[in-house]
Design a protein around this ligand. Structure first.
Ligand code: UTP
Length: 300
């Protein structure tokens, strides 16, 4: 079977970069304009033709599951108040995806989170979308996970998204060691997790979108945990790439690391500018009220 119909979305991390907010609110539920980060991630998967979402959740993360569920009282009240536009939006969200929740009992790393989805995925290929990375496709072409999915469906080989980063940035990412590009994507020789700039095999970084064949689960099961007991997905991808073809593709979507404070604010500004209700006013505020002060170095 080579059609990719399932996606694992790991969302069980502790979100320490966002403390204290994430003490009680899951990072994936922080809002970008008027919807939580996880909404944009699930939307990308659904737009690419994914049917089942396997959500990896940790303690205190049930708000994510509730977001995609029915809220009877709220829907009833919106209906009675004639707020049909809002009601329709809520109904659309709860109908958009078939969500299957799996608990990761301890945050033992991204590799472990993916492994938690194995029972639901079974022997099928599947996508992985990090629950705190947002990809917005503005061009009239497949979105990032859709592009990986079609390369997988053509080649039957695991395929990951890559983006070129500055040398000073390589130590923040998993990095792919790639061979020359052919057919619009690279063959990957191996992967390294967060290398020092001088040891990095390239500047092709992994932004958190993957499509795997089920054989990645064998690698994850055999993976040795690191010092903190964490299982890194990158290590298992590296051992997979040594045994069978793995491809890497660039993408044309705008990407925001919404799990990081600066990336989160950038996402809010850029998606706010595109928002039909507030876009024009936000632009006016930025250009007319804020910019002059920033340019002059004065405070408002
Ligand atoms: P991150 O490393 O960005 O998440 O993992 P984190 O650990 O929550 O972040 P900080 O550094 O403490 O702020 C990327 C994605 O993988 C999930 C996270 O929820 C996030 O969406 N993840 C990470 C898991 O589901 N389980 C884990 O054990 C680790």
């Amino acid at each position: 079977m080579s059609k990719v119909k399932k996606a694992i979305i790991p969302a069980a991390g502790l979100g320490t970069r966002f403390l204290p907010a994430t003490k009680t609110v899951p990072k994936e539920m922080l809002t970008i304009v008027d919807a939580p980060i996880i909404f944009y991630v699930v939307e990308e998967a659904i737009q690419a033709g994914i049917e089942d979402i396997v959500l990896i959740q940790g303690r205190g993360k049930t708000a994510i599951e509730d977001f995609f569920d029915t809220s009877y009282e709220l829907e009833d009240k919106l209906g009675k108040d004639g707020k049909t536009h809002l009601l329709e939006r809520l109904v659309k969200i709860r109908e958009m995806a078939n969500i299957i929740s799996v608990r990761q009992k301890q945050p033992l790393g991204l590799g472990h989170a993916v492994l938690c989805g194995q029972k639901v995925v079974g022997h099928e290929p599947f996508a992985v979308l990090l629950g705190d990375e947002i990809m917005v496709q503005k061009q009239a072409e497949a979105n990032t996970i859709g592009r990986l999915k079609s390369i997988f469906e053509d080649t039957k080989s695991s395929t990951v998204a890559v983006m070129e980063v500055a040398p000073s940035e390589v130590s923040k990412y998993g990095i792919a060691d790639v061979e020359k590009e052919a057919r619009g994507y690279f063959r990957v020789k191996g992967f390294v997790e967060k290398p020092k700039p001088e040891a990095a095999p390239s500047r092709w970084a992994l932004p958190g979108r993957y499509v795997f064949g089920p054989e990645i689960f064998d690698e994850l099961q055999n993976a040795k945990p690191g010092v903190l007991g964490e299982i890194q997905l990158t290590d298992s991808m590296n051992s997979l790439a040594k045994k069978s073809p793995v491809f890497a593709s660039q993408f044309s979507s705008d990407r925001f690391d919404a799990g990081d404070k600066l990336g989160y604010l950038k996402a809010n500004i850029e998606l706010g500018l595109d928002h039909p209700e507030i876009g024009a006013d936000l632009k006016k505020y930025l250009l007319q009220e804020l910019m002059p002060h920033l340019q002059k170095g004065t405070s408002r």
